[in-house]
Design a protein around this ligand. Structure first.
Ligand code: PMP
Length: 393
C-alpha cells in the first residue's frame, strides 16, 4: 500500500460525477460584480458570496491600487514578525469600533481565523460543542485542538441544553460554536436562546458570522445584532471574502484575552499577513458597509423577491429573506443535470452533494447580492423553473 493508493477512492468519486465537474468551473473573464464569461458565454452569477457587490466597488478598487503602489505587493511575513503594518492595526481598530467591542484581531483568511481562535481558546481536557451544520473550518479547527468534540442538533437550543447538562463540570470548559446565517440553507441561528443556554452552563459562545456580517442587521453587524446579543456573546468571527469582497478573516470580542491570542495561536503566528492592497480594500468596504445601510435595504427587497419567486415555483423556502436559498433535488444525478442545464442557459449556481450536505441531500444553492437587479432575480427564477420542469417531464 503506497501513499498514492488512497487516490483510487478520490478518482472513483471524481468519475462518479460523469462528464460534469462542477468543481472545475473556470471564470474566463469578469464582466461586472454579477456577470462573467463562463464556457464562452455571458453568465449570471447566482452562486457567489458577493452579497454586497463589493468586488467591483470603485472606492475599494482605488484603495487597493493606492496601497499597492505605496506599500508593495505583500508583507512577506507573519503578523508576529514583520507582517504587522499600520493598516492592519487600523483595520482592527475600525472593526472593533464597528461592533462596539474593545478588541479585534485580523487573520489571513476566514478559515485561518476559525483555526486560530480555536487553537488559542481550547485544548486537551476542554470541550467544543458545535452546531451540526457548522462549517468545515470550525470542525477542522476543533479537531486540531485535541479537545473533546461534540455536536448538537442544528439550531436546537433545547438539544444544546441537554448536551451541555450531560457534560457536567466540563461544561464550564466548553466552547459552543454556531454560525449566524447558515451558508447552504440560508437560515438564521436563534442566537438569543443559544446565548442564554450557553451561559447558564458557564460555557462560552463563538458565533461565525461569515455570511452575515455586513449583510444582516440594520447596522450590518449580523445576526448578533438582530437577536440583540451583541453585549453577551463571547467571540464573533467572520471573513472578508463575502460581504467585503476581499480575503481575510477577523475575530472581535469583549474579552481582553483576545489580545493574548497572538502569543499562542499557531494559525495566526505561522502564516503571512494579508497584503496591503487586501487590507486597504477591506477598510474601504467596511466604510461602505457601515455608512451606507441603504445597500442592505435594497438587498433585503431582492431577497424577498427571490423567495416569493421560489415559492411560486412550489419550492419550500425560509421565512426570513436572506440572500441564500437552496433547492433540494431527489438524486445527485438530477442535481448535477439541473446544475449543468442552468449553466448551459447562462446561470451559475452552486451544487452541494452528499456527504458534505445537511441530511445528505443533493442541493442547488442560490445566492444573490446587492449588485443584482430585479431582472437578474427574475431571470434566475424563470430559468430555474424551466430547468426543474424539464427534469420532471
Ligand atoms: N466560516 C464559514 C461559515 C464559511 O462559510 C467560510 C467560507 N465559505 C469560512 C468560515 C472560511 O472563510 P474564508 O473563505 O475567508 O477562508
Amino acid at each position: 500500500m503506497s501513499l498514492l493508493d488512497k487516490f483510487d477512492e478520490v478518482r472513483a468519486t471524481r468519475e462518479s460525477l460523469g462528464p460534469i465537474d462542477p468543481t472545475r468551473v473556470v471564470v474566463e473573464r469578469m464582466l461586472s460584480a454579477t456577470r462573467a464569461m463562463i464556457r464562452g458565454r455571458e453568465t449570471l452569477l447566482a452562486g457567489t458570496n458577493n452579497y454586497m457587490g463589493m468586488t467591483m466597488e470603485p472606492s475599494a478598487i482605488a484603495a487597493g491600487q493606492q496601497a499597492l503602489s505605496v506599500a508593495g505587493t505583500g508583507t512577506t511575513g507573519s503578523r508576529m514578525a514583520n507582517g504587522t503594518h499600520e493598516a492592519h492595526r487600523l483595520l482592527e481598530a475600525e472593526l472593533a469600533a464597528f461592533y462596539g467591542y474593545p478588541y479585534a484581531m485580523v487573520f489571513t483568511t476566514g478559515y485561518a481565523a476559525n483555526l486560530g481562535v480555536l487553537a488559542a481558546l481550547v485544548g486537551p481536557g476542554d470541550a467544543v460543542m458545535l452546531d451540526a451544520h457548522a462549517h468545515a473550518s470550525l470542525h477542522d479547527g476543533a479537531r486540531m485542538t485535541r479537545a473533546d468534540v461534540y455536536t448538537f442538533r442544528h439550531n436546537d437550543p433545547e438539544n444544546l441544553n441537554a448536551r451541555l447538562r450531560r457534560l457536567g463540570e466540563q461544561a464550564k470548559r466548553t466552547l459552543v460554536i454556531v454560525e449566524g446565517l447558515y451558508s447552504v440553507t440560508g437560515d438564521l441561528a436563534p442566537l438569543a436562546a443559544i446565548t442564554e443556554v450557553t451561559h447558564q452552563h458557564g460555557a462560552l459562545l463563538l458565533v461565525d458570522e461569515a455570511h452575515s456580517v455586513g449583510v444582516i442587521g440594520e447596522g450590518g453587524r449580523g445576526v448578533v445584532e438582530v437577536e440583540g446579543v451583541l453585549d453577551s456573546v463571547d467571540f464573533v468571527v467572520g471573513t472578508f471574502s463575502k460581504a467585503f469582497g476581499t480575503t481575510g478573516g477577523f475575530c472581535v470580542s469583549r474579552h481582553a484575552e483576545l489580545n493574548l491570542f497572538s502569543y499562542c495561536s499557531r494559525p495566526y503566528m505561522f502564516t503571512a499577513s494579508p497584503s496591503p492592497a487586501t487590507v486597504a480594500s477591506t477598510r474601504a468596504a467596511l466604510r461602505l458597509l457601515r455608512d451606507e445601510p441603504e445597500r442592505r435595504v435594497r438587498l433585503t427587497k431582492l431577497c424577498a423577491r427571490l423567495l416569493s419567486g421560489l415559492r411560486q415555483l412550489g419550492l419550500s423556502v425560509n421565512d426570513m429573506p436572506t440572500p441564500v436559498a437552496c433547492v433540494e433535488l431527489p438524486t445527485r444525478e438530477k442535481a448535477l443535470a439541473a446544475w449543468n442545464a442552468l449553466l448551459e442557459q447562462g446561470v451559475y449556481v452552486n451544487i452541494m452533494l452528499p456527504p458534505a450536505t445537511p441530511g445528505n441531500a443533493s442541493l442547488l444553492r442560490l445566492s444573490i447580492g446587492a449588485a443584482h437587479t430585479e431582472r437578474d432575480v427574475d431571470e434566475l427564477v424563470t430559468k430555474l423553473g424551466a430547468v426543474l420542469a424539464d427534469l420532471n417531464a
